[in-house]
Each structure stands twice: as structure tokens, then as C-alpha cells.
Design a protein around this ligand. Sequence first.
Ligand code: F0G
Length: 354
Amino acid sequence: MTIYSGVLETYRPYLDIPAHTRTVTLLEGNTPLIPLPRLAKTLGGGFELFVKFEGLNPTGSFKDRGMTVAISEAFGRGAKSVICASTGNTAASAAAYASRANMRSIVIIPAGKVAAGKLAGAVAYGAEVIQIDGSFDDALNLVVAISERHPIALVNSLNPYRLEGQKTAAFEICEVLGTSPDWLALPVGNAGNITAYWMGFKQLNDREATGLPQILGVQAEGAAPLVLGHPVEHPETVATAIRIGRPARAEQALAAAEESKGRIIAVSDGEILSMQKLLAANGVWVEPASAAGLAGLAHELEHDLINLKGKRVTAVCTGHGLKDPDIITREMAKPHVLPAEMNALEDYLVQERE
Ligand code: F0G
């Protein structure tokens, strides 16, 4: 029996990390690549569609891949505390891995804009949670400055080890498909993940000639600095995970899109929520931001801006639906209320069928 040992141990020879790194893992990674033939058909058909469901990582998002490496490096050099700015998922992940290593974690979040499941996670894992009356971008500026003045390790994706971990998702996709997909669609917020995927695909292609995907990075219309070509002062979107106006890795994200002969586009909140619903109707419940990649693909197909005939497409679904339960209760159908009686239930079921 081979025992899975998490992304750091599994891919260690391919990660650019210092020798002092001491593995702190929750056995993240190794997430399923789920084929969704019915959804591909709904979108027009003629192509193969897979979802890399990163919501199945230990804390419910792709952040765990990067966090295991960032925390392992910090732990290995004797750091006692870590800090990050977050729209929620990074916070929960940092808190979990810091606790695993018995380190202190401090997370700074924008007040009122963090989904319930993420805040609960950060608190449950033992982070010191600080809300600021400002945006994610303000929080990121603060934590960068603090980490320069104090011995506290920064674990946002400005930390290069985060990207080393996150690029392993590209390796896993190619292992399953045998080659790279033709297109990779994913949401873009602070732009660490798109940067990491491109690094991973390029590295693997150099080593094993797996080919390279065209990358479709997708932002929300109200938070689309990379599409507009300038920072957005007051980003707004239902997809709070990617409510970011000044992405830290903007240049690398644009380079990834260009080099891969792909692009970065924006979709509306309506398109994001419809795709969230459609994914769930195919058995995959993701948080709103995580539906953005596929919403972008659907957008391009609908406007005849992409030709996927005969292609293999992978969409990255970055976080689990359980992260943001409120959006469902707010936007979607409410439960039917009936008396606890057989007749009432029977009447209801018959009515529904008619
Ligand atoms: N999807 C989800 C669910 C996210 O939480 C994030 C980022 C992204 C996509 C975008 O990834 O920033 O690498 O471009 N969340 C960060 C956080 C900002 O604080 O949890 P990115």
C-alpha cells in the first residue's frame, strides 16, 4: 500500500524550497478531477470537461497546497508566528497549518465581506482574527509592512513558497489526463493561483513534454483590474473571495495569459451565480468565486469567442460550497414548509408532479 503524504513530500524534488523546510501537512492535494459530460453538453457539447475540485482539500480550498509549503518553510527556520491578509480562505488555511505546527497565526480580513464558513474556520483553527474597516488590498498592504518590521512570516501568495505548493495542482491534472488540457479556466483574485498553475505546467512540459494549456483567467466584473488595465478602488462582487482591486501578482497573471495564448476576462455576478447553480445541478457545489472559471468559459462559448470542438478543458473549482452557505439561503429557493402529516406530504408531492 502506498500511503499518500501530501503535496510537499509527493513533489519535493520538483519544488524550489530551502533545505531547512520541515514538513507540516494535513495531507492536502490529490483532489479529484471530475468529468462532467452532462454539463459540457449543456454548454453546447463537442468537448471534454473536467473539474479539478479543490474544495476537497482539508480546509475546503486550494490554499492548502500553498500553505503546507509556506508554513513548512517558516516552521523549518524557526518562525513562531505567521500573518496574512485574506478574503477568508487563506485565513482558514493559514490558521489550520499554523496550529498543526503549534505556531501563532494572525489574519487580517476586510470587515463584513468574509463568508461565514471561512470566518468560522479561521476562528475554529485558532487564528487571531482582526477585521479592518477597509478592503483586502488595504489588509495586504498592512501585513506586508508588519512582516518587514517584525519576525512574523508572511503567508500570502507574495510568499514564493505558496506558489511552489500551488503549482502541484497542474502536475496532478497532467498525471490524470496524461497530457496538459487544451484549456484551463480558473478564477483570478490576487493572481497567485494563475501564476502558480502556469509555473507548474511549464515546468512539467520542460521535463516530460506534456504540452501547455491555454489559460482563461476569470475575474468578476466589479473587481476586474486585470481586464480594465488599472486598479479598482472599490471592488464589489458576490464572489467575495475574489473581491480584490489591486492583485499582488498582476504582471505575472497577465504574462501567464499572454504566453499561454489565453486571456483574462470578466463575468457578471449573475453569470457566476448561474454557473454555481449549474455545477451544483451536476453534483459539484462550490462557492461563488469557484464557479467563475467555468462561468468565463460559458461566456466565451455563448458569444462565440472560443472554439472548444474536440478539446479537453479543465476548470479549477477553488473552494467548497460550504464556505459560503448564506449565498444559497439568500439567492436560491427556500425549503417548503409543511405540517408533519402524511396527507400534506402526499398532496404536496402529487401537486409538484402535475
Ligand atoms: N477562488 C477562491 C475560492 C479564493 O479564495 C481565491 C483567493 C481565488 C479563487 C483567487 O485566487 O488570489 O490566487 O488569484 N482567495 C484569497 C484569500 C485572496 O484570501 O483567501 P488568487
